[in-house]
Design a protein around this ligand. Structure first.
Ligand code: APR
Length: 334
């Protein structure tokens, strides 16, 4: 058990607890969960401890010999000593977007949370790889990178794996084929302008543009882009099964050093040539994931239509990054 890696999950809400649960079920890592207390009618609860116990009991029932523990932390950063020994830290902590709240408002509130958490990760797990889930994810990945000062290959945002699963599910539904034979990739920013790559998506090697008519493809692109919103409309809260599984796919690639190619939000600079005009912020691109985190960034060919969508998508991320840089600059001078 000693050689088993330890994954800490900061923010054990819907996504975080399912990440912990899947990791325990699969028996692939020890898990530490961190979350704040919750007050209901004057009584203070510690849900993270209850969730960890529940998962621990599930693991015992399954015969999965992982170690699971839950720790209550305070919003101002007490209680994080147990991050010690974490190989990977998954950050899902944050506020969800409420009606009437702009992306900028959300970014500002979640930066406050991120600032405290990153400080603690630097203190207790300075060698860890970070996987950022908190939205707006491309922005929060950039913020985590800047605030931590960690190597850029060790700070990775989760979005593309999830968006690609949604894209894949729609193709599976439409063509009634096994998802095992579908390769479908979504890159760009994790927002309504994300870029489903039609030219590189295929079923059993056959490009989907040769199988599906243009109007069907258009429909699939739109439903992929609003896949998250569709779920919010049904549930009144955002998705967590597919997001949690997407995080676990990334974790497996890192823990077992599989070198899988997965679309993730990573910092792009001049290193991979000029990645279609992106220099100095994080967006989703295919990367090779292994024990060192991002081991390669893969520059893929795009057709003109995809380049146009990419430009729109990254422009919208670039704008928010500009605003976030002002916030970070202002804070560092105070
Ligand atoms: N420190 C630690 N945990 C915190 C803090 C904090 N300062 N503030 C909030 N949290 C915790 C909440 O208590 C909650 O349990 O973060 C958790 C967030 O969980 P949910 O609200 O259930 O959100 P979830 O659906 O899991 O999504 C998490 O991922 O996909 C994104 O947009 C989504 O940013 C959101 C994140």
């Amino acid at each position: 058990m000693e050689s088993r890696k330890t994954v800490s999950v900061v923010g054990a809400g819907n996504v975080g607890e399912h990440v912990a649960s899947l990791l325990s079920m699969k028996g692939i890592a020890n898990v530490k969960m961190f979350d704040i207390p919750r007050e209901v009618n004057g009584k203070v609860f510690e849900p993270v401890k209850g969730k960890a116990l529940d998962i621990k009991q599930m693991a015992a029932g399954m015969g999965s010999d992982v170690y699971v523990e839950g720790y209550t932390v305070t919003p101002d950063g007490n209680g994080y000593e147990n991050l010690k020994g974490s190989d990977i830290v998954v950050i899902t902590a944050g506020f969800p977007r409420r009606p009437g709240m702009s992306r900028e408002d959300l970014a500002e509130r979640n930066i406050n949370i991120m600032q405290i958490i990153i400080e603690k990760i630097k203190q207790y797990a300075p060698e860890a790889i970070l996987i950022v889930v908190t939205n707006p994810v491309d922005i929060m990945t950039y913020v985590a990178l800047k605030l931590s000062g960690f190597p850029k290959r060790k700070v990775i945002g989760m979005a593309g794996v999830l968006d690609s699963s949604r894209f894949k599910a729609l193709i599976v539904d439409e063509l009634k084929v096994s998802p095992k034979d579908v390769n479908a990739y979504v890159i760009g920013g994790h927002g309504n302008e994300m870029v489903p790559l039609i030219s590189l998506s295929n079923v059993g090697g056959i490009p989907i543009k040769d199988i599906l008519p243009p109007d069907k493809i258009e429909d699939i692109i739109n439903r992929t882009r609003f896949g998250g919103g569709e779920i919010v409309n049904f549930m009144g809260t955002s998705a967590y099964h597919a997001p949690a599984f997407s995080v676990v796919s990334m974790l497996e690639a890192i823990i077992f050093d599989t070198k899988r190619i997965l679309p993730c939000s990573v910092y792009l600079d001049g290193e991979v040539g000029n990645y279609y005009g992106v220099d100095g912020f994080c967006v989703g691109v295919p990367v090779k994931l292994g024990v060192n985190g991002v081991e390669d960034i893969i520059k893929i060919p795009m057709i003109e239509e995809e380049k146009r969508m990419w430009k729109e998508s990254v422009e919208s991320v670039r704008k928010t990054v500009g605003m976030v840089e002002d916030i970070l600059r202002e804070r560092s001078t105070h």
